[in-house]
Design a protein around this ligand. Structure first.
Ligand code: PSU
Ligand code: MN
Length: 306
């Protein structure tokens, strides 16, 4: 018989399964940042550091990826190491998650696909670096990340450091509003821009503590609201690169991407890698700091939900 049950495709690590049945806190983690967002070996070191932050907060980390035709929720040390060194890994969004499963191709999950997996597994909290969004020059190429619509579909609390500043952040916020996604600044009134604490744009909503976030989430559940909530957590001051400085590198990288005809799924990884070069590695340091900071907060929220 052809595999048609969820259990034929979804494999939850025993430790995670155990936590989920007892209601113990779990935080989902994406894997595109490992395969397409950072170079080896910082990608593995960061993935491990992020998992450690979540454990320190009292929750269990569940990194998500596709290998061997299975959607894996929770990777052990060996699987994480293998993924971090793998080449030709598909970058999976909503459109290709089931495709990778059906064809047996390895794939890493973007924000969108990780949210889908989290929902299937029953995980309510998810930590990432920066979400995808509306790319600059959208009127020319119509490049809008599938992440944005996913927030209105999957019921997950996503903790991020805002939208990646390589994007048109203002339009990204507009689409989130249209999709009915609450964008909540964590102890901030301004929307953060990934490497920088201040995008120059106002954050639509604000909460100052984990219990307030938990209360908001419970209210949404009581109202049977279907989608997720975005918690935006600015990068720590000591680690930020101010927007005025970043913009120079971003504008140059975006122009070069156009010149090199980089399109589709390749755009975000290409820009991140180029900006890493232009900043001589500083953007990577900031990226590592902000994702650890997000993991810590996501761990605290997951514990608060318990
Ligand atoms: N944040 C990072 N590094 C990344 C990404 C986010 O710090 O590599 C990834 C996420 O997986 C996100 C994806 O979902 O980039 C967005 O890609 P696109 O713009 O092609 O939708
Ligand atoms: Mn895109």
């Amino acid at each position: 018989m052809l595999p048609n049950a969820l259990s034929d495709w979804l494999e939850i690590a025993p430790e995670i399964k155990g936590a989920l049945v007892t209601g113990a806190p779990v935080v989902a983690l994406e894997s595109t940042i490992i395969t397409h967002g950072m170079p080896w070996p910082q990608n593995l070191e960061t993935a491990q550091a992020v998992e450690a932050e979540i454990r320190d907060a009292g929750a269990l980390p569940a990194t998500i990826a596709v290998t061997g035709g299975r959607l894996r929720v929770g990777l052990d040390e060996a699987a994480l190491t293998e993924l971090a060194q793998m080449e030709d890994v598909m970058k999976l969004s909503r459109a290709d998650l089931a495709f990778a499963l059906a064809t047996g191709r390895p794939g890493s999950t973007t924000v969108a696909a990780t949210m889908m997996a989290a929902q299937l597994a029953g995980i309510e909290v998810f930590a990432t670096g920066g979400i995808g969004g509306v790319h600059r020059g959208v009127a020319e190429h119509f490049d809008v990340s599938a992440d944005l619509r996913e927030f209105s579909r999957s019921p997950v609390i996503t903790v991020c450091a805002g939208a990646k500043a390589i994007l048109d952040v203002e339009k990204t916020l507009e689409v989130l509003e249209t999709e009915g996604v609450p964008v909540v600044g964590y102890a901030t009134d301004v929307f953060p821009a990934f490497w920088s604490r201040n995008s120059g744009l106002k954050c639509p909503l604000r909460l100052d503590s984990t219990p307030e976030i938990v209360r908001f989430w419970r209210a949404r559940q009581a109202l049977k609201q279907k989608g997720g909530v975005l918690i935006v957590n600015p990068v720590p001051e000591a680690d930020e690169i101010p927007a005025s400085e970043m913009n120079h590198y971003i504008e140059r990288a975006v122009l070069e991407a156009h010149g090199n005809k980089v399109t589709g799924k390749a755009v975000t990884p290409w820009l991140l890698a180029r900006i890493m070069e232009l900043t001589e590695g500083r953007s990577l340091e900031t990226n590592i700091a902000l994702i650890k900071n997000n993991a810590k907060l996501a761990g605290e929220i997951a514990v608060g939900l318990g």
